[in-house]
Each structure stands twice: as C-alpha cells, then as structure tokens.
Design a protein around this ligand. Structure first.
Ligand SMILES: Cc1cc2nc3c(=O)[nH]c(=O)nc-3n(C[C@H](O)[C@H](O)[C@H](O)COP(=O)(O)OP(=O)(O)OC[C@H]3O[C@@H](n4cnc5c(N)ncnc54)[C@H](O)[C@@H]3O)c2cc1C
Length: 206
C-alpha cells in the first residue's frame, strides 16, 4: 500500500501542498517501475497567498531555533509595504518570507532546494534590486504573477517549448494548477498540440 499527497504523513509531517504530492507520486511511479534508488526525503515547504493585489509567500523554514548558527536577515520598507525575511544557516538559505513583492520566489526556491552556498553572492542574492515584470493580460499564474500576454509575448519571441516557456516566465512552477492553461495558450499560439512527454518533463523539473 502506498500513500501520497494530502493523505501521506512523512516523519510526522503532513505537507498539504501540490508540489509534495507530485514529488511523492514521481517516487512511487519510479519505485513501481523497479527504481528503488531514490527514496522520498521530504519536500520543500512553500506557500503563496493567492489574493489579487496581495503579494505574500513563504518558503522553507521561517521559524528557527535559538542558535547563533542561524541568521535572520530582514528588510522592511513601510512606505512601499515591503517586507522580506531570509533565514540563513551555514551560509545556505533555508527559508524566506516575502511580502509586497514575491518576484524572488523562484530564485529562492532553487537556492533552498539545491542547498546552494551563498558565499560572495550573499549580498547580491538577498538584497532586493529586481523590478518585477508587470502582468500583461488575463492573470494565468497567480503564484508567480504571469499573465496571458506575458506568455504570448515569450512565444512570439521564439519560445515554442512548454518547459522553457514555464521556466522563462515562472508560470506553472508554483502550485502547478495553471499548467493546463499554459499548455492551451502555447498550443493556440503554435497551432499544434504539445507532446505528452513535455508535460511530464515539466512536472519533474518545476
Ligand atoms: C482551498 C484549498 C486551497 C489550496 N491551495 C493550494 C495552493 O495554493 N498550493 C498548493 O500547493 N496546494 C494547495 N492546496 C492543497 C492541495 O490542493 C493538495 O495538497 C493536493 O490537492 C493534494 O492532492 P491529492 O491528490 O493528495 O488529494 P486531492 O487533490 O484532494 O485528491 C483526492 C481525490 O480523491 C477523491 N476521493 C476522496 N474520497 C474518495 C473515495 N472514497 N473514492 C474515490 N475517490 C475519492 C476526491 O474527490 C479527490 O478528487 C489547497 C487545498 C485547498 C483545500
């Protein structure tokens, strides 16, 4: 008997997010096909509040133990209603909260998931300096604020691949619920169906 998704507890923890359900599903599928080399080791917690006009997300560990090995880096701009908290442990980002601008969500997610050492990039990575791309047209991905126009613009620039389109725009790389819509937009623009393998590849890399 295998348990995945909303119903599965791992090391006393219930994730309750689609990304964890997908990662667990991939591991069970591999296991059923005979690949026992990759056991489940837990998922990165990430949550994005989806309320129009409110930017709020959290990633990884946001409450940390009373231990000097953990560092908290906080930026607040009350006038711009911006708040960012990063938790660093052993020169690695392990958690973050972003309020007012979540454009660094994907970058931080990869830094945490890949346990990348920040080293000399620390200042550059943790201090905001990016201007988020405005949403163009109907909102498609509310996790990463990507509109239909942002997608069609990228397709017109030459991006005809579903995985690449999602990686370039950020669409479909949060909770994943907009992936069918992103696929439909791409198919409409390129006037041909997206191969099934591309969808599977996207679920594995996003
Ligand atoms: C309001 C809400 C908002 C959420 N927002 C997010 C979000 O923004 N980001 C995110 O990552 N996660 C979000 N989640 C969590 C996410 O939806 C779940 O983690 C994910 O759907 C779990 O997938 P699952 O396949 O395990 O379960 P489910 O998606 O719940 O699928 C279980 C399926 O089993 C069916 N079922 C139940 N009992 C039976 C039965 N006896 N026989 C046959 N079928 C049955 C149900 O009808 C359902 O279709 C949200 C959840 C809720 C409730």
């Amino acid at each position: 008997i295998y348990a995945i998704g909303e119903i599965a507890e791992f090391k006393g923890f219930l994730y309750g997010i689609t990304a964890a359900a997908e990662q667990q599903a991939e591991i069970v599928a591999r296991y059923l096909c005979g690949d026992i080399s990759k056991p489940y080791e837990g998922s990165l917690l990430m949550n994005i509040l989806k309320i129009h006009g409110t930017e709020l997300c959290s990633l990884g560990i946001v409450e940390y133990p009373d231990d000097p090995a953990y560092e908290e880096i906080v930026f607040i701009d009350k006038a711009k209603r911006y708040y960012k908290k990063c938790i660093v442990h052993n020169d690695r980002l392990i958690g973050a909260i972003l309020i007012g601008d979540k454009s660094e969500f994907l970058e931080y997610r990869d830094l945490i998931a890949n346990k990348m050492e920040l080293s000399e990039k620390r200042l550059q990575l943790l201090r905001s300096g990016k201007t988020p791309e405005p949403v163009i047209g109907k909102l498609v991905c509310s996790c990463n604020n990507v509109g239909e126009g942002n997608l069609t613009n990228k397709i017109k620039e030459g991006c005809k691949d579903l995985v690449q389109l999602c990686q370039l725009t950020g669409a479909g790389t949060g909770c994943g619920s907009c992936r069918p819509e992103v696929k439909a937009i791409l198919e409409k623009e390129i006037k041909k169906p997206v191969p099934k393998e591309e969808e599977q590849k996207l679920a594995a890399v996003a």
